[in-house]
Unconditional design. Structure first.
Length: 170
């Protein structure tokens, strides 16, 4: 809860008797732009609820902001790009056609195309050895990608660290 300070009119900027200076700018905008609040302005819990709603909308709104995908250079929402990082290109365990695999999904339908899934996997109680091999190969491939990204990141850090060490010695 936000501690609201109340003050009568004076030199300090107020709205509905609430001091604006100690509040965050987004809370100040809520008080300044909404005249409807004046009826319930004496109720601190009501105003804190409005502020909580504003905080919740900000936490969700960053997922909808436009963002440039560094790989494809397309503009999309941040949530869609975040989802696309979890999808990798892979081959079907049976027919070897191109499919998209989710990194966090280790079900059999993730490693087969829709045709092969309905024909080979759907009604079987056992998992085929080719699907298991595909799962293992996928995890090894993903581990390689992660290690490569870590190496690039560490190389970037070391490269920038050397520049800062040179500046410190001078």
């Amino acid at each position: 809860m936000i501690n609201l300070k109340r003050q009568n009119r004076g030199k300090a900027r107020t709205r509905f008797g609430i001091l604006l200076k100690p509040l965050k700018p987004r809370y100040q905008k809520i008080l300044l732009k909404n005249y409807i609040i004046s009826k319930n302005s004496t109720d601190d819990r009501f105003i804190n609820c409005l502020f909580a709603i504003e905080d919740a909308s900000i936490k969700v709104s960053h997922l909808q902001r436009p963002f440039v995908n560094p790989e494809t250079q397309e503009i999309s929402t941040y949530a869609n790009i975040k989802k696309s990082y979890k999808i990798l290109d892979w081959k079907c365990a049976f027919c070897k056609c191109d499919i998209k695999c989710k990194v966090d999904n280790f079900k059999t339908n993730n490693f087969t195309c829709s045709k092969c899934y309905t024909y080979y996997v759907k009604d079987n109680n056992r998992v085929s050895q080719s699907v298991l091999d595909s799962m293992l190969a996928f995890t090894e491939h993903y581990k390689k990608l992660i290690k490569e990204n870590q190496r690039k990141f560490l190389k970037y850090i070391r490269k920038n660290e050397k520049k800062h060490n040179v500046l410190r010695r001078v």
